[in-house]
Ligand binder design. Structure first.
Ligand code: SAH
Length: 325
């Protein structure tokens, strides 16, 4: 039994069954606090770790929006759940080439990943919550951040809970499942309120769907394989698909403008990732095959290109970032 499962069993004995939301919150807090899970050696790989081109395209989109908004000198680069800081370093390099000299602010709770981020971006400042970001125009990015925030599950309108069963932990009920995520909506509301108050844009990338619909999407990954959600509590990555309709609703309610939702591949191609791949290959012929493989993984509909989606939120006074029109 994992250390976290022991703690959760004690909690269930003391308080009664815990919600899926409380379980996911406890598992991910423990999981991210105790390791760097990203990459070949870890449990999953993310787009910025596949190629520098991903962060560069994000940086180019942010730079374009920033310039068209008059290049405000007090704007900051902000990233939620920056992992190893790879996306930030690629995006900020491109922003820097466009004249951006602003501070870098990270919202990150994991001490292990904060250490990794400090090596990549030595001058960054860290915060625990979106609420703690300074009141400045934001060039904000969240890649695979919302999917790690907890979801609730309902069966027939009743919240699904987790109980202690003979062999381990188990769900208290099965049936058609409806998921929602107050935490994701709250984080979106906080971002949107800041965009409205201080200006800026936010680019949100995650796997998910454009319409709210019933269905169970909670999943667990360990060493690049799907594993049962309730086994090895705290030792595997728990995520669920992001309901972008709910995200758009939360942002709109807070007064922010919301772009269309695009497949990641289409958005990256509109931004010119193919030309970037060609330029990189010409400059590094020995890496041409790796660059072509990375381009395929990021854009192809049978890889990350269609499952992953991109949406931008922006201040009504700022333009939408490039690639969404
Ligand atoms: N964006 C990175 C990492 C994605 S993994 C990439 O694309 O590679 C999820 C990230 O979100 C990790 O950095 C994790 O520590 C962070 N995270 C998860 N839950 C969080 C929370 N509640 N508050 C802040 N950061 C969180």
């Amino acid at each position: 039994m994992t250390p976290l499962e022991r703690a959760l069993r004690d909690r269930i004995k003391a308080e009664g069954p815990i919600s899926v939301e409380a379980f996911m919150q406890a598992c991910n807090a423990y999981y991210y606090a105790t390791r760097d899970p990203i990459g070949v050696e870890g449990d999953f790989t993310t787009a910025p770790e596949i190629s520098q081109m991903f962060g560069e395209m994000i940086g180019a989109a942010l730079a374009d929006a920033w310039k068209r908004a008059g290049a405000p000198g007090d704007a900051i680069y902000a990233e939620l759940g920056p992992g190893r800081g790879t996306l930030a370093s690629d995006a900020v390099r491109v922003l820097g080439a466009a004249g951006f000299r602003g501070e870098v602010h990270f919202v990150e709770t994991s001490p292990v990943l904060r250490d990794a981020q400090a090596l990549t971006i030595p001058g960054a400042e860290w915060h625990d919550l979106v609420e703690d970001l300074p009141d400045r125009p934001l060039l904000l990015v969240a890649n695979e951040f919302l999917d790690a925030l907890p979801v609730r599950q309902f069966v027939g309108g009743v919240e699904r809970r987790i109980v202690i069963a003979a062999g381990g932990l188990a769900f208290d009920r099965d049936g058609e499942i409806v998921e929602d995520s107050p935490d994701r909506e709250q984080a979106t509301k906080e971002i949107a309120e800041r965009l409205v108050a201080n200006g800026g844009v936010a680019i949100v990338v995650d796997y998910g769907h454009g319409r709210s619909a019933p269905g169970e999407t909670l999943q667990a990954m360990c060493q690049h394989h799907f594993v049962p959600v309730l086994s090895n509590a705290g030792e595997q990555d728990l995520t669920s698909h992001v309901d972008f309709e709910a995200i758009g609703r939360a942002a709109t309610a807070a007064g922010a403008a919301v772009t269309a939702l695009l497949p990641q591949g289409e958005w990256l191609i509109r931004l010119g990732i193919e030309a970037r791949a060609q330029a990189l290959s010409r400059a590094n012929p020995e890496r041409a095959e790796d660059i072509a493989t990375a381009l395929h993984r990021l854009t192809s509909t049978d890889e990350m290109g269609a499952l992953f989606k991109v949406m931008a939120l922006h201040s009504p006074e700022w333009p939408a970032p490039a690639g969404f029109a």
